[in-house]
Design a protein around this ligand. Structure first.
Ligand SMILES: *[C@@H]1O[C@H](CO)[C@@H](O)[C@H](O)[C@H]1NC(C)=O
Ligand SMILES: *[C@@H]1O[C@H](CO)[C@@H](O)[C@H](O)[C@H]1NC(C)=O
Ligand SMILES: *[C@@H]1O[C@H](CO)[C@@H](O)[C@H](O)[C@H]1NC(C)=O
Length: 379
């Protein structure tokens, strides 16, 4: 109840602080209300299907800071419908019908009640609208990331990204901002849907030194439509939306789920879509001089991604090139690499040696699937 009440309060900006006091007193008054619900879904009006009143729209431009239900807007924010636009643009809006477009220096934000100390990941459908370099700046709880969105990874809808932050207060303001100043003011990122997920602390699986080796813990994946969630390379002080793992280098890796892709096992896996420009790594605690066996599964997600694939794996001084011939029809194999630890920390790294696109769709960038990463001591 208080959750609903908060968003209602928010629309009355002047009384925001009063609302805070009231909410906090609700919290202290009732122990059960003190813990916010475990978040794993769309933000309120996160798919923008609840639109501004027609009187608050000037063509597509939203007039008034609080005219977009559940959101606060700043600058030129447009309320758009998917499909072909006047002027010949095409706006992919796979999650529902409506989306918003952020003009130069424009932003949208929302306050969210969270568990301080928890890590949250935001999953959002975002796409550029012009061929220019477009950047989307996400800010939450004093942390921010500039996400390059100029490369399109899927041709059958806007791309989806995930970005994570550490909640440091009970209420955090989540902001999506277009920091760019494009010559053409009708350029600027399109946002289609925004979801949030509270990340649970990782558990080590007995015997396996790798945390989250099956990629079971990851960002929210949209239920109705998913082309996978792009996990961008680590930026300064950035918290990984894929617990346990570090995305390195220049290009993202894709988080894919069992509902929309064929996976070797479990709920999720990684698709190495960035070739040699994207690596996924983890640092393990090891005993120097001890021998370990790294095993992992590679294959294709039955998504038309075809060709001679090669996953390169690195651990301590050892390297393995694991080949896989993909017809894009699904199939997996397990590879293993024995290595000797040279220190108390051993980095394991994976990347795809080659670049791939889908069989009948060269605009769709894809790659080999990686799953079930395990490291066990060799007795
Ligand atoms: C999150 O922030 C808290 C408090 O500032 C800090 O103790 C904790 O280490 C942070 N967690 C991560 C993963 O950075
Ligand atoms: C999924 O689709 C159903 C039916 O079209 C719709 O009612 C629901 O709101 C959608 N869910 C999300 C998360 O978009
Ligand atoms: C490593 O594990 C794989 C899969 O379980 C196994 O086939 C292989 O023999 C193991 N290698 C060593 C050196 O133990």
């Amino acid at each position: 109840m208080s959750y609903m009440f908060f968003f209602h309060c928010k629309t009355m900006a002047l009384f925001l602080s009063l609302c805070f006091v009231f909410i906090l007193s609700l919290y202290t008054g009732s122990a059960s209300a003190a813990t916010p619900p475990h978040l794993d879904g769309l933000l309120p009006n996160g798919n923008f299907e609840e639109g501004p009143k027609p009187t608050n729209l000037k063509k597509t431009v939203i007039v008034g800071k609080y005219s977009l239900p559940k959101w606060e807007i700043n600058g030129m924010v447009e309320y758009v419908s998917g499909g072909t636009q006047p002027g010949g643009f095409f706006f992919p809006v796979p999650h529902g019908v409506h989306a918003i477009r952020l003009g130069n220096e424009a932003s949208i934000s929302q306050n969210i009640i969270v568990n301080p100390g928890s890590i949250y990941s935001l999953t959002f459908g975002a796409t550029r609208t012009c061929a220019q370099d477009e950047v989307l700046r996400v800010t939450a709880s004093g942390q921010s990331g500039d996400l390059p969105i100029q490369t399109l990874y899927s041709s059958d809808g806007g791309d989806t990204y995930a970005w994570a932050f550490n909640a440091t207060s009970k209420v955090v303001k989540v902001t999506f901002h277009n920091p760019g100043i494009q010559e053409d003011p009708t350029c600027g990122p399109l946002l289609d849907a925004i979801a949030i997920k509270e990340m649970v602390p990782l558990k080590l699986t007995r015997g396996n030194l790798v945390k989250n080796g099956g990629f079971e813990y990851g960002p929210h994946v949209f239920k109705n439509f998913s082309t996978g969630v792009l996990l961008l390379p680590k930026q300064k002080d950035h918290i990984s939306p894929l617990p346990g793992w570090i995305i390195e280098s220049l290009k993202p890796v894709k988080y894919i789920d069992t509902k929309h892709f064929l996976l070797p096992s479990g709920l999720a896996a990684i698709e190495l879509v960035g070739g040699r420009e994207s690596a996924i790594a983890q640092i393990l605690r090891t005993v120097p001089n001890k021998f370990y066996n790294l095993t992992f599964t590679i294959g294709d997600a039955k998504n038309g991604c075809h060709g001679s694939m090669m996953v390169e794996a690195f651990a301590a001084k050892e390297t393995l090139k694991a080949p896989f011939e993909s017809l894009g029809k699904g199939g997996f194999k397990t590879s293993s690499l024995k290595f000797q630890a040279i220190s108390a920390r051993t980095r394991i790294t994976f990347y795809s040696a080659y670049y791939h696109t889908k069989l009948h769709d060269y605009g769709h960038i894809c790659g080999p699937v990686l799953d079930n990463v395990r490291v066990l001591p060799v007795s």
